[in-house]
Design a protein around this ligand. Structure first.
Ligand SMILES: [Zn+2]
Length: 211
């Protein structure tokens, strides 16, 4: 007796227009060589392959990306050494800032904020920006001078220390995290309408065709 797996159905060409009264015969075919039929069902080499899987973790490009995203020193594509990120101090904020940032947030707290951000994944950074920055439409002004201004938005920057929100100036925010204002504007330009950070586009771009 042949087992169930060795039974094949031989289907006669479906595209032929048979007369209505004719019954299409589907003949069960019992293999007399169950071993051969089993081999045919398996992929080549029994599913095993000698091809090595790409280990993209060790790619130069991936290493560079990891170092860059964690704020560490790395060598860019042009071979230039990019210095690691570090907390900066802006004189303007330290001397005469209306928000008194340096009085509200200590050096130790700045270090915690800095290390916190650079230890985050890209999506976590986006969530951090969504919580600590705000972009509002610029208020209309009656003076022509301001209405001609190209700036459309006003940004607000905050830090949370012990769950207390402290408004800080732009210089203090950017220099504490050692990031550029472009990163914040990029986040706000690309966030979804709900304010949720947009999913990362890494590795999702289509290949550009050369014509
Ligand atoms: Zn300040």
């Amino acid at each position: 007796m042949a087992d169930e797996n060795s039974v094949y159905l031989r289907v006669i060409n479906k595209n032929i227009d048979y007369p209505q009264q004719a019954n299409i015969m589907v003949t069960p075919y019992v293999s007399t060589h169950p071993l051969i039929s089993d081999q045919l069902r398996l992929p080549p080499h029994g599913g095993k392959t000698r091809k090595r899987k790409a280990n993209c973790y060790n790619w130069k490009q991936s290493k560079r990306k990891r170092l860059r995203q964690s704020g560490k020193e790395y060598i860019n594509v042009r071979g230039k050494v990019i210095q690691p990120r570090s907390i900066k101090n802006k004189k303007d904020c330290k001397n005469c800032c209306k928000f008194k940032c340096f009085e509200k947030i200590s050096e130790d707290e700045r270090k915690i904020l800095f290390n916190g951000l650079w230890g985050m994944s890209q999506i976590e950074k986006q969530h951090f920006f969504s919580k600590t920055t705000e972009r509002l439409d610029k208020k209309r002004s009656r003076t022509n001078k301001v209405s001609n201004s190209r700036r459309k938005y006003t940004y607000f920057y905050n830090f949370f220390v012990d769950n207390i929100k402290h408004r800080v100036c732009k210089e203090f925010y950017l220099s504490t995290l050692d990031i550029s204002s472009r990163q914040i504007s990029y986040y706000h330009e690309n966030k979804l309408a709900t304010g949720i950070p947009a999913p990362t586009k890494w590795g999702k771009h289509c290949k550009k065709k050369c014509s």
